[in-house]
Design a binder for this molecule. Structure first.
Ligand SMILES: Nc1ncnc2c1ncn2[C@@H]1O[C@H](COP(=O)(O)OP(=O)(O)OP(=O)(O)O)[C@@H](O)[C@H]1O
Ligand SMILES: [Mg+2]
Ligand SMILES: [Zn+2]
Length: 479
């Protein structure tokens, strides 16, 4: 690659100590960190004189909170209510949103649909820059999604371009409401020699697209690939730079997709959106609370339904566990959708406090529908599913369970029990096993559903797998 004179220079900057070098080296000579040098564009030093002179811009001087002018946060709805809800009401002009997800999960689909939604909800135009596909491929997808008949066919402008400078030029010339860059891993700036997807390219591209967003008041949406372990490929700093990070989760070969924000400067991260992938793209799910429940003809050993709370929305999810005698040596512990360290802890507590010995068993736990849930309330349903699988005995029919498990085998309350139980009752569950003293949990009945407060994991297993239900149900709640 040749360089014209006068071009900005590049340096390799250590990400751990900040020292810069002329060429790449495996180890930083200043701090000895390995693989920490990232190619970066050298920016012109700020005019220090101008900086020292007293600023005439009132915004740059301390102002009382009361006197600060409230910004006009212009929000552009994307016209897909589940997505608007996750965004906090729509895309904010001048903001940068990163949409992440595993390969093939539906990022391009969702964003093309959102582009059409922007147009349908009053936006003038959307620039869709793709470095992943040709314009013709985008058109094929649009045709499949039925977007070619409406006004979106004119107002969505497609360009197969990965050079950020050119994308910004097009955006400045066309002044769209929204620019989609699919994906940030294919985006490049031509001052850097590094390959697309390298840390330097990804970060510099994102910085420039941010300048575009802030400078022109355009909402910029970046698509980012996520690796199998769930982190956004490329630098972690990307997540700090952008205003919002939206993740699309689900199993590629199953239909359900959960969309949630892990960061949002312009809205809550409590909201989730639930979609279903079909041949006409992603459609909103009518009853998200039951979307992740799988249908069984009869109760199955190892399956427990948990009323989880995703932000403010109750979602019932089925925990599935399978235990099998292991071979000599290290038993396998495989978890999907739940924290595998937590599984190890629950196995230990089950063994020591509840008489469920799994130390030498292979253990598999997963959540139906490809959901992942991080809340501690899932402890009890996971432990019950393990016990149920070991004893090869299903939990009582139409029973849900929720609660955190402590090291002593005691159960701890979780937040929002009432909301969870009302939702479970609405979906036809008859019984709920919850920790005693759960705030807001009515002992007795919630909307016709029997509530069984229990104090320990051992009790919970007895109640759920049959046996001592009546005794525990009528015992006074301990607080
Ligand atoms: N002809 C089709 N009929 C039905 N569904 C399809 C069809 N083509 C693609 N899909 C669905 O769309 C998904 C791919 O969506 P999309 O291309 O939006 O994903 P992506 O996240 O952008 O992928 P990538 O990481 O490759 O860019 C497929 O996994 C499949 O579920
Ligand atoms: Mg794509
Ligand atoms: Zn260093």
């Amino acid at each position: 690659m040749t360089r014209a004179g006068g071009r900005p220079q590049t340096r390799f900057v250590c990400q751990s100590c900040g020292e810069s070098f002329l060429r790449w080296e495996g180890q930083c000579r200043a701090c000895n960190a390995w693989n920490s040098l990232v190619e970066s564009v050298v920016r012109e030093p700020r005019r220090t004189a101008a900086r020292r002179a007293p600023s005439t811009d009132p915004a740059a001087r301390p102002t009382s909170l009361a006197a600060v002018v409230e910004p006009l946060v212009g929000r552009q709805r994307v016209g897909i209510s589940e997505l608007d809800r996750v965004l906090g009401g729509g895309l904010v002009a001048g903001s940068v949103v990163l949409v992440g997800g595993e390969p093939g999960i539906g990022k391009s689909t969702l964003l093309l649909q959102a582009a059409a939604g922007v147009v349908a909800s009053g936006g003038s135009s959307v620039l869709y820059a793709t470095g992943e596909e040709s314009a013709a491929q985008v058109r094929l997808r649009a045709a499949r999604l039925g977007l070619l008949d409406g006004p979106a066919a004119e107002a969505i402008r497609v360009v197969a371009e990965s050079d950020v400078g050119r994308i910004a030029e097009f955006a400045r010339a066309e002044r769209p409401d929204v620019v989609v860059v699919d994906s940030i891993q294919t985006a490049t700036v031509d001052e850097l020699d590094g390959a697309a997807g390298s840390v330097g390219q990804v970060r510099e591209s994102a910085l420039r697209l941010m300048e575009l967003a802030k400078g022109e008041g355009i909402a910029v949406v970046l698509v980012g690939h996520v690796t199998k372990d769930g982190s956004l490929a490329g630098p972690k700093t990307l997540e700090h730079l952008v205003d919002a990070v939206i993740n699309i989760e689900g199993e590629r070969f199953a239909a359900l997709r959960l969309v949630r924000a892990s960061k949002n400067r312009f809205g809550s991260i409590e909201e989730v959106g639930v979609f279903e992938m079909g041949d006409v793209g992603l459609s909103e799910v009518a009853d998200p609370a039951r979307a992740f429940l799988s249908e069984h003809d009869a109760p199955a050993a190892g399956s427990v339904v948990a009323p989880t709370l995703e932000g403010s929305r109750p979602i019932l999810v089925e925990v599935q566990a399978l235990v099998a005698p292991g071979n000599v040596g290290m038993p396998r512990r495989t978890a999907s959708g739940v924290d595998s360290n937590r599984i190890g802890l629950l196995i230990a507590v089950l063994g020591r406090r509840a008489g469920i010995g799994l130390a030498t068993h292979d253990v598999y736990v997963n959540l139906a529908g490809g959901l992942s849930v991080g809340e501690p309330g899932l402890d009890l349903p996971i432990a019950l599913a393990l016990a149920s699988s070991l004893r090869d005995r299903p939990v009582r029919d139409l029973t849900v369970a929720i609660g955190e498990v402590g090291l002593l085998g005691e159960l701890r309350p979780v937040a929002g029990v009432d909301r969870r139980l009302r939702e479970a009752a609405r979906l036809g569950f008859r019984r709920a096993v919850v920790p005693v003293g759960a705030r807001g949990a009515a002992v007795g009945r919630v909307n016709g559903m029997e509530v069984l407060p229990v104090g320990t994991l051992r009790e919970a297993i007895e109640v759920s797998l049959g046996g001592a239900a009546e005794r525990v149900a009528s015992a006074p709640a301990r607080c």
